[in-house]
Design a binder for this molecule. Structure first.
Ligand code: PMP
Length: 431
């Protein structure tokens, strides 16, 4: 019932095609409604953090360690204990941390918007006054990073992603010759969607490389820093310390959040950078807001406590989602393993599995799956401007559906991958 390889006789392939079409039709008849489009925690994962809702006792003062009344105005950049907790998570000092609002993406957006309007420490002009601003975008990558660039008119340049991180030969060459390149997006650990973690060598090269723009910045979105799926987690070298050692302390802005630790949308966002960078950010923050949600910060600190406790909490997440990743990987292997029509990532953490079809097939596969009731992230989303130059990457988000739903959804996906590949092969002129 499978295409073991696409070199079979045309007659055999046509037989397989008919069989796959039949199975596809059967799934269509089931009127499925399965969604694997966004990396959302499932309800069982959200249960793990329900204590957050009751951890503060209304009969006690809602006070931070330094006596700050969290129910009132006061404090711009985060409670001291929250800074300490995330300083530990990111291996930086508390003075290098700002705790923000409910998520980190808006902190990234605001940093870049501020750079466009005012420039950053080291800028001669606001970026928005330059004829052109460009960012390097290691791809496949995170669609919402690319959306920020698109919104602000920042030209995106695709850089290949290797198993060690961005192709540093490409990065170094581009960055040394073009002063319009002001930034690079990095998801350095369990990257979205490839699941790769940057090697030490990549971190060293990013920190030491010669940049033509004096105010070049690395946007280091360490969103999945504690999201391990195994007990042998990937290790990521500390970028801020490495930049400092290289004499470029202001080169990096780091970000993380608890969106997929506690509650997406009601977590806390965090950024870290050199003290000069943070002085600049605080100045802008003081106009943007009187202060963040300290109640939420206090709840989070009381609940998560410290990095060791957070690690235990994340192990509970892994216990729920690891079987889902395993099901996807097993199903992909069983259906497509020896066929040479697809490859996929096998991540040690994070939220995604990245599937590459044959060139020119991803859009059609996603459309076919949709017609059978399986919603995937739209093809192309993992590349700047929503355009995958090879039309082959599909991001699978296994965490939200139940195991049963996931099994079905991946079966449908595998049928679609086979059908589209076969269709392509059968329509090619005979060799
Ligand atoms: N960065 C990456 C790489 C992500 O995958 C996500 C969530 N999908 C975010 C940031 C969003 O984080 P937050 O909720 O803190 O804005």
């Amino acid at each position: 019932n499978r295409i073991d390889d696409l070199q079979r006789s045309e007659e055999e392939l046509k037989g397989l095609y008919t069989n796959l079409r039949f199975r596809y039709q059967e799934y269509q008849n089931q009127e499925l409604k399965l969604d694997m489009s966004r990396g959302k925690p499932c309800p069982e994962q959200l249960e793990l953090s329900k204590e957050l809702l009751t951890i503060l006792d209304a009969k006690e003062p809602i006070q931070a360690r330094d006596g700050t009344d969290c129910l009132n105005y006061g404090g711009l950049d985060g409670l001291p204990e929250a800074k300490e907790l995330f300083a530990e998570v990111l291996s930086v000092s508390p003075q290098e941390v700002i705790i923000g609002g409910n998520a980190s993406l808006n902190m990234m957006h605001d940093t870049i918007t501020n750079a466009m309007l005012f420039g950053l420490p080291g800028s001669e002009l606001p970026w928005g006054r330059l004829p052109k601003v460009k960012f390097l975008c290691p791809s496949p990558g995170y669609d919402r990073h690319f959306a920020i660039c698109e919104l602000l008119g920042i030209e995106m340049i695709i850089v290949d992603l290797t198993p060690e991180g961005p192709d540093m030969d490409q990065v170094e060459r581009l960055i040394a010759e073009d002063d319009q390149i002001k930034g690079i997006w990095c998801v350095p650990k369990y990257s979205n969607p490839e699941g790769i973690t940057y090697s030490d060598r990549t971190v060293d090269r990013l920190a030491t490389m010669r940049t033509k723009a004096k105010d070049f910045r690395i946007f280091w979105d360490d969103a999945y820093t504690v999201h391990h799926l195994t007990d042998q987690p990937d290790e990521l070298k500390n970028i801020l310390a490495t930049c400092k050692e290289a004499g470029h302390p202001d080169r990096v802005f780091m970000y993380t959040s608890t969106s997929k630790v506690t509650f997406p949308g009601s977590g806390i966002g965090v950024m870290a950078a050199s003290e000069d960078n943070l002085t600049f950010i605080r100045k802008k923050l003081s106009i943007q807001t009187i202060g963040p949600d300290k109640v939420n910060q206090l709840r989070h600190v009381r609940f998560l406590k410290n990095a060791a406790q957070m690690k235990q909490h994340m192990e509970k997440h892994a216990a729920i989602i690891k079987p889902k990743f395993d099901v996807v990987l097993q199903k992909l292997e069983a259906a497509l393993g020896d066929m040479n029509i697809a490859t996929w990532s096998k991540p040690n953490g994070g939220y995604f599995i990245s599937l590459n079809t044959l060139d020119g097939c991803a859009r059609e596969v996603v459309a076919m799956a949709k017609q059978a009731g399986v919603t995937l992230t739209h093809a192309g989303a993992t590349f700047p401007y929503g355009q995958d130059p090879r039309d082959r990457n599909i991001r699978i988000a296994p965490t939200y559906p139940s195991l049963e739903e996931l099994e079905k959804a991946i079966e449908v996906l595998c049928i679609c991958v086979q059908l589209v590949s076969l269709d392509k092969r059968l329509s090619e002129p005979p060799r």
